[in-house]
Ligand binder design. Structure first.
Ligand code: ZN
Length: 277
């Protein structure tokens, strides 16, 4: 089983807020395997663990959510992907952190990011905030995909209003040519709307990270029909097991061609992975 994991987090342990480590990262077995004793991510270990799980490529995600999850700067992404190009770099911006949001996005683009991940729920902003619109327009013109955390979070201080599905639908409607990936789409209370957004908006995808794999067909009954719009991802290192998640998805009764699309081919075609992935 060849896997591309489109949802991999980086950052030192001490850059995450302690409650994020407890409630998310430590739901998986990986912390002792990828960090040194000081809590620094060791790229060689990080890669070895992922390769051991069958991951042949992935997307590395920074995050700027100082109030809730932590500040995991884009530089952490490059510490891994410069050494292991099978992992591609995404950037991140937050209108409450970056005064000149577009300038920061351009700076990250100069560093080499090939897309962005926005986390309104942890970042405490609405993804349809008009301050983001010039950024979305710029991403569209540059052909850069944008991942949006699109579901609830159990972290303290996060607000449900930022997970409102209609915020996401508005962005998709206002930027029909922008590629959007809804991460954990609809988690906890709007899966059916997320699936409808995929049907309605031709450039919207769903990444299934952070969801119980055995329930995917309950959440997204048309998953097989919409197979070219679903992406495998795990929220690593906050996941009980990457390979075991994939194995559980493989028992849902989806045919091999569908599984290949979700596990590998969709991400390979959508994102600029280097040759050999
Ligand atoms: Zn995540």
């Amino acid at each position: 089983m060849k896997l591309i994991d489109v949802h991999l987090h980086v950052g030192q342990v001490f850059e995450w807020r302690p409650e994020a480590v407890r409630l998310w990262m430590d739901t998986g077995p990986y912390r002792p395997l990828i960090y040194d004793d000081e809590g620094r991510l060791v790229p060689e270990r990080y890669h070895r663990v992922l390769a051991g799980e069958g991951v042949v490529g992935g997307v590395l995600l920074p995050e700027y959510s100082p109030e809730t999850a932590g500040s995991l700067p884009v530089e952490r992404v490059f510490e891994v992907c410069r050494r292991y190009p099978r992992y591609i770099p995404f950037g991140a911006v937050n209108p409450l952190v970056h005064d000149d949001l577009l300038a920061e996005a351009r700076r990250q683009r100069q560093l080499g990011v090939v897309g962005f991940k926005l986390h309104g729920v942890h970042g405490l902003y609405a993804v349809n905030d008009r301050r983001l619109y010039p950024f979305y327009e710029w991403c569209r013109s540059e052909g850069l995909p944008v991942m949006l955390h699109a579901g609830t979070s159990i972290f303290p201080r996060t607000k449900l209003k930022h997970a409102d599905p209609y915020l996401y639908d508005e962005v998709a409607t206002d930027f029909p040519e922008l590629t959007l990936v809804l991460c954990h789409a609809g988690r906890n209370f709007w899966y059916h709307l997320a699936e409808f957004m995929v049907i309605r908006h031709p450039r919207v995808y769903i990444d299934v990270s952070g969801l119980p794999p055995r329930k995917l067909l309950t959440f997204y009954p048309r998953m097989a029909k919409l197979a070219d719009r679903f992406l495998f991802g795990t929220d690593f290192p906050g996941v009980p097991g990457i390979r075991s998640n994939a194995e559980k998805i493989a028992t849902l009764g989806l045919d091999d061609a569908v599984l290949h699309r979700i596990f590998y081919a969709n991400a390979r075609e959508l994102l600029p992975f280097p040759d050999g992935v």
